[in-house]
Design a protein around this ligand. Structure first.
Ligand code: GLN
Length: 242
């Protein structure tokens, strides 16, 4: 990985791009550029080789059948696995999160599909579709808590195995489906359900991803305007008036 010109690699928008999660890649790139770091945003579509020298790789939400194709293409290419072995980060949302697991189910027939095996999670069709605004409590590396806002829309419910840890605790919403834990973290892979895009709505989570990827602390940016907007959103979700 080139830390002077870090690459933010957005994967397979044509498959996993229907929920606006490409915004996460823009946010990561901009937050580096605003600090004077010459970051580059690359988009990679199925059939194109996945570069192995990226700093952060991103997967977004999408529909069930697109998830199967994404898994097949990523396995056939192999570049993402090499990059992760070399120390890159992967940030995956919803459908992208589910395919990182050991397996997930698709469609009314509940066909079980083998995932990428990057997270010790399994996703099965839940008894209800999880839809709505969310508020999740993330414990930052310094031990302080940070509310994550966003919205969720998923039929799959996810169970964590012992190698994966939840990203956050659910305050409002379904999270992994049990209304208790949200997302998963394992090594340098973070999976989460909220769209938004989630890194635009939660800049400290964005900086956490970048700091893990680059292996250094980043200077703080002025987020006062964002903080005021976030506060309004957090209060609206807490009082049930989103
Ligand atoms: N198709 C998946 C599900 O419904 C993911 C949906 C999404 O990415 N929002 O569980």
């Amino acid at each position: 990985m080139n830390t002077d010109r870090p690459k933010i690699v957005l994967l397979y928008q044509s498959l996993l791009g229907i929920y606006g999660d490409h915004g996460n890649a823009v946010v990561l790139t901009k937050r580096l550029q605003w600090r004077g770091i010459d970051a580059e945003l690359l988009t990679v579509e199925p059939g194109q080789p996945v570069p192995t020298d990226g700093a952060v790789y991103l997967l977004g939400g999408g529909e069930d059948t697109a998830q199967i194709t994404a898994v097949q293409e990523l396995k056939a290419d192999g570049g993402l696995f090499t990059a992760l072995d070399d120390g890159a980060m992967l940030f995956a949302v919803c459908a992208g999160y589910q395919i990182c697991g050991k397996s997930f189910t698709i469609g009314a027939r509940d066909e079980v599909i083998e995932g990428l095996g990057l997270l010790d999670i399994e996703t099965r069709r839940g008894p209800e579709r999880a839809v709505g605004e969310v508020l999740h409590i993330w414990v930052q590396p310094d031990g302080s808590t940070y509310p994550i806002t966003g919205f969720e829309n998923h039929g799959g419910w996810t169970e964590l195995g012992s190698d994966a840890k939840p990203l956050a605790a659910v305050e409002v919403g379904w999270g992994n489906g049990n209304r208790r834990d949200e997302g998963a973290v394992q090594g340098r892979v973070i999976g989460t359900y909220p769209h938004g895009p989630v890194l635009a709505r939660n800049p400290q989570l964005a900086d956490h991803v970048l700091e893990m990827a680059l292996g250094c602390r980043l200077e703080p940016l002025d987020i006062s305007e964002m903080t005021a907007l976030r506060q309004r959103r957090i209060e609206a979700v807490r009082t049930g008036r989103p």
